[in-house]
Design a protein around this ligand. Structure first.
Ligand code: SAM
Length: 140
């Protein structure tokens, strides 16, 4: 687990569990292989032949469409993703709308995956990573 001792000392029991589940080497590999690479959520299967990755992306599109019904996302918007995983939703938002996305996530390994992928996609300037618990958000 990629957590340093000073961080570890400050963690609550539930936060430790989050790191154990998501940020261990096994956890990271499991979620990347079985839940759609940069997405850690269930998918929406439009056909029985959809891949896990495709189905995971369908979920993001479905949710973003719901947001769009209330608010048109524009490049000047800044969206906060609480519990951002490896950044799948953040990358989709930044790529599709050119908006800034602040990703809050406790897990250093996932944050690193998020950062590397954002660089690969050329959108690192649109993704801010905040490594902390969403229960203890910084004021600024
Ligand atoms: C089911 S995953 C979903 C990840 C991402 N939203 C997605 O759909 O791909 C839950 C995420 O929430 C993060 N998480 C859980 N509890 C957290 C907390 N207290 N503070 C920050 N992140 C947390 C985990 O590290 C993990 O990345």
């Amino acid at each position: 687990m990629a957590t340093n001792q000073s961080l570890d000392l400050k963690l609550s029991t539930s936060q430790r569990k989050v790191l154990e589940q998501y940020d261990s080497e096994q956890g990271l590999q499991f979620y990347q292989n079985f839940m759609g690479e940069f997405n850690i959520h269930y998918g929406i299967y439009e056909t029985p032949y959809d891949s896990v990755i495709r189905a995971s992306e369908n979920t993001i599109k479905f949710l973003v469409d719901l947001i769009q019904q209330r608010l048109l996302i524009r490049p000047e918007h800044c969206i906060v993703d609480l519990g951002s995983g490896c950044g799948g939703a953040a990358h989709y938002l930044a790529l599709t709308y050119g908006c800034q996305v602040t990703c809050v996530n406790l897990c250093p390994n996932q944050n690193q995956q998020n950062y590397l992928r954002a660089q690969e996609l050329g959108i690192a300037h649109l993704i801010d990573l905040v490594e902390c618990s969403f229960e203890e958000l910084p004021q600024d």
